[in-house]
Design a protein around this ligand. Structure first.
Ligand code: CTP
Ligand code: CA
Length: 223
């Protein structure tokens, strides 16, 4: 007897993933950004595609190639990222926000490069939209809304608070306080925080963790 396990549990599902940093221009040569290689998000997009989902990756600037079978929309800043996400939300079953979105952007962005004297030492900032929170409260809310949180301390408590504030179903926490994990590294440690407690996905390379996360998402979607 051959046991046949469904290899593609997300066949027929649509997934939308945000990844990478955003770039908030001050002028054509300068800007504000966050620390993110995009690797964990690209791995999530790949794992979703492997599981059979139709995947759209909305990505800020990274040096990574789009995973095989994943459609990518490239954006620069948070407002463009929100626009691209909202334009593709209809029919989406799973939304995963891995992007390191800049919390603020310069109140003004110059079309030409400023001299350092013109730039000065103070830059007025205004808040960016919270893409995850907007998706979670959207009329076309996907069935599963998942966020990420990179924390240096009190990781799980802070992530649980973010889950509630933003209205997400799950938050995947990575503790970036340990050397060799998280930012810029191949490996990560992920703990999934849900309404019913925590699930430790362990410490592994980012693709293995993405596959473990996607297996859990598929399980939740089918139950
Ligand atoms: N996020 C988002 N849009 C933003 C900020 C955050 O979609 N403007 C998403 C991230 O992609 C991530 C989750 O929200 O999935 C948590 O991001 P984080 O920066 O930890 O949350 P903040 O509420 O911005 O908290 P903090 O004050 O710690 O930066
Ligand atoms: Ca933030």
């Amino acid at each position: 007897v051959r046991l046949h396990l469904a290899p593609k549990p997300l066949l027929g599902r649509r997934a939308l993933v945000t990844a990478g940093p955003t770039w908030e221009a001050i002028d054509p040569a300068r800007g504000l950004s966050n620390r993110s290689s995009g690797r964990q998000g690209y791995a999530v997009a790949q794992a979703l595609a492997e599981a059979g989902a139709q995947v759209l990756l909305v990505s800020g600037p990274t040096s990574l190639p789009a995973p095989v079978g994943v459609e990518r929309v490239a954006v620069q800043n948070a407002q463009e990222m929100l626009q691209a996400v909202e334009a593709h939300l209809a029919g989406t079953d799973i939304f995963v926000a891995t992007a390191a979105v800049a919390d603020y952007r310069p109140a003004q962005s110059a079309a030409v490069k400023l001299t350092k004297a013109e730039l000065g030492t103070q830059i007025a900032l205004i808040p960016n939209p919270d893409i995850l929170a907007q998706v979670a409260r959207h009329a076309q809310r996907p069935r599963l809304v998942v966020g990420f949180a990179a924390q240096t301390h009190d990781a799980e408590a802070l992530a649980a608070a973010k889950r509630q504030e933003k209205g997400a179903d799950l938050i995947a926490v990575n503790d970036v306080s340990q050397p060799g994990l998280g930012f810029g590294s191949e490996r990560n440690r992920l703990v999934l925080i849900g309404p019913d407690g925590r699930l430790d996905l362990g410490t592994a390379d980012k693709l293995a963790l993405a596959r473990a996360l996607v297996a859990e998402l598929a399980r939740r979607l089918s139950s």
